[in-house]
Ligand binder design. Structure first.
Ligand code: GDP
Length: 562
């Protein structure tokens, strides 16, 4: 037990909960052992020095020690960390390397480009060190450093952002020159835009005879990415991951983009950053790959890492080297946190182990609460309240529709209902069912999803429920626009909530005279009820909506079928 310095006694103190015996002893200027004795004798509480005390007990102790205690609003862990990390002075800021993530459609060559960049640089270095799988790595190019995140793809990118950790400075959008802009390319563009991260385009697979870069540039331009060579802002680099041609140009172009961003950090301060991945390792305990955003991380530092905390016991680089300290934009595998944090948790170094423990405990408490209480996002129903409370000035939306031809008129009529006070921003629009990427984007950006004559993929539905993302279904443009207008004016009728009760598959359709078409179904999940509302989907597109008029199993009329 640390010896507690005895301070001059004050008659009135301010405290914020939680308060430990040690905190109280320091603030009251009495010894901790005295408090512990009093707690035991007068309150029948056996406490140790780190134990947190209830508000009533603290109040009583205050009275007994003749000190008036005023309780301040408890600070959130975020606020506490913010106070511990004051802003940097401009003169302390030094350039830092850019952190780069590759996004793009599947099979367009993200992994191949990453491999090519990594191997070119590894071969070029003397030691030719084998890179370790720690989730991110650095290369040096003509004396300048770049950091690459190893998990390509917009879902991982946005999942991190949803957890409050945006580490990417520049996105490389990979488009295969023979294939062009595809659905996931469009998603990637929207995700990078919603995050406000600049894009450099990699026109990959230029070695293929079918490569048609001009067509791709045209497609990119029609998505608002105007190529530099046509007088726009977006760098588009032709390359081939297969031959390696153009890889250097790509790196140069990314470095140029980074220069324009004037990325800076203060290496002289205590570090903060984000967790890329974490796991339990035999012999090393918890190992978290973190990327330092600001400051310098040193061995022995005390870090809070999401709900985890602890001393930095050792640090390994992407080359597997043990190091003592590391600066901004560098990824390192840190061992030392007491429990396994999650990808996307933020970390910060603090001065005092007690402070670290306190903040970590608060984060654990918050996580517990979040697990119990569903997350909330903007919904059409709560929109008016959030507007009235002055929390919202924009309504962000993601539009998914059955055909391209529906999207533009839908987007236009939605924008038309925006008012002077509230503007409508469409973060992403696309053809097809609502998918996981849409829900992640809505979660990270607090947006509503509008499904126009399309269904929702199963995983997306579960995720949306989990994250409290509102998905609305419409079949008529006018209805969609009217609902948004009503929501803006606080006039929205409470909607009939959609609850999925079952899924069945149409195996055969019979035509019966005087009755019409009858669908022979196989119930795959849940049940089908007579009178229940149904949506008939064909390849993810809504072909009919209505109610179950009658239901038979074998020859018998029944109420429901499981
Ligand atoms: P990812 O899904 O975006 O990570 O794509 P991959 O890197 O896995 O590449 C998908 C396929 O395209 C693989 O078969 C690669 O060998 C191939 N590929 C990638 N880059 C090139 C290229 O520049 N030229 C050619 N011809 N094939 C490539």
């Amino acid at each position: 037990v640390r010896k507690v310095p005895v301070k001059k006694k004050e008659t009135r103190i301010e405290l914020a909960l939680p308060v430990s015996v040690r905190d109280l002893s320091e603030r009251l200027g009495v010894s901790a052992s005295d408090i512990i004795r009093r707690l035991m004798l007068e309150h029948q509480i056996r406490a140790n020095i780190n134990q947190h005390l209830d508000k009533e007990v603290v109040e009583l102790l205050g009275i007994q020690y003749g000190v008036e205690i005023i309780f301040r609003e408890p600070k959130s862990a975020g606020e506490m960390l913010k106070e511990l990390t004051p802003p940097d002075r401009p003169e302390d800021l030094k350039p830092r390397p850019p952190v780069v993530t590759l996004l793009g459609h599947v099979d367009h060559g993200k992994t191949s480009i990453l491999d090519r960049i990594r191997h070119t640089s590894v071969a070029a270095t003397e030691d030719g060190g084998i890179t370790q799988a720690i989730g991110a790595w650095q290369i040096s190019h003509k004396g300048r450093t770049l950091t690459f995140i190893d998990t390509p793809g917009h879902e991982a990118f946005t999942a991190m952002r949803a957890r409050g950790a945006q580490v990417t400075d520049v996105v490389i959008l990979v488009v295969a020159a023979d294939d062009g802009v595809m659905a996931q390319t469009e998603e990637a563009i929207s995700h990078a835009r919603a995050a406000g991260v600049p894009i450099v385009v990699a026109l990959n697979k230029m070695d293929k005879p079918e490569a048609s870069p001009m067509r791709v540039l045209q497609q990119l331009a029609s998505h608002g990415l105007n190529p530099e060579e046509w007088g726009g802002q977006v760098g588009c680099v032709r390359l081939s991951a297969l031959t390696g041609q153009g890889i250097d140009d790509l790196i140069e172009r990314v470095l140029l983009e980074a220069e324009l961003l004037e990325l800076k950090a203060n290496p002289e301060r205590r570090a903060n950053g984000a967790v890329l991945e974490a796991r339990m390792e035999e012999g090393r305990g918890v190992v978290a790959t973190v990327i330092v955003r600001n400051g310098t991380l040193k061995n022995g530092d005390i870090m809070v890492c999401g709900p985890a905390y602890g001393h930095v016991r050792s640090m390994l680089t992407d080359r597997g080297e043990e190091i003592d300290s590391t600066g901004p934009s560098t990824p390192v595998a840190v061992s030392g946190p007491d429990i396994v944090p999650e990808a996307g948790d933020t970390f910060a170094v603090v001065e005092d182990l007690d402070v670290a423990r306190n903040i970590a405990q608060m984060q654990r408490g918050r996580l517990e609460q979040e697990r119990r209480r569903p997350r909330t996002h903007v919904t059409l129903e709560n929109l008016y309240e959030s507007l009235a409370a002055g929390q919202e000035r924009h309504l962000r939306m993601i539009l998914k529709a059955d055909v391209q031809g529906s999207i533009e008129p839908l987007a236009e009529s939605l924008k038309g209902v925006g008012t002077d006070e509230v503007s409508l921003r469409i973060l992403h629009q696309g053809v097809g069912s609502v998918n996981v990427s849409d829900v992640l984007l809505a979660d990270a950006s607090d947006a509503i999803i509008l499904a126009f004559r399309v269904g929702v993929e199963d995983r997306a539905r579960t995720l949306a429920k989990d994250r409290g993302v509102d998905i609305r279904h419409y079949r008529v443009i006018y209805d969609a626009a009217q609902a948004v207008k009503d929501a803006l004016e606080g006039l929205l009728e409470p909607e009939l909530k959609e609850e999925k009760v079952g899924v069945s598959e149409v195996r055969q359709v019979f035509k019966i005279s005087h009755v019409g078409s009858v669908a022979g179904c196989y119930v795959r999940e849940g049940q089908v009820r007579r009178g229940g509302r149904v949506r008939v989907l064909r390849s993810g597109v809504v072909v009919h909506e209505g109610a179950v008029a009658s239901l038979r199993r074998g020859k018998n009329d029944v109420r429901e079928v499981d």
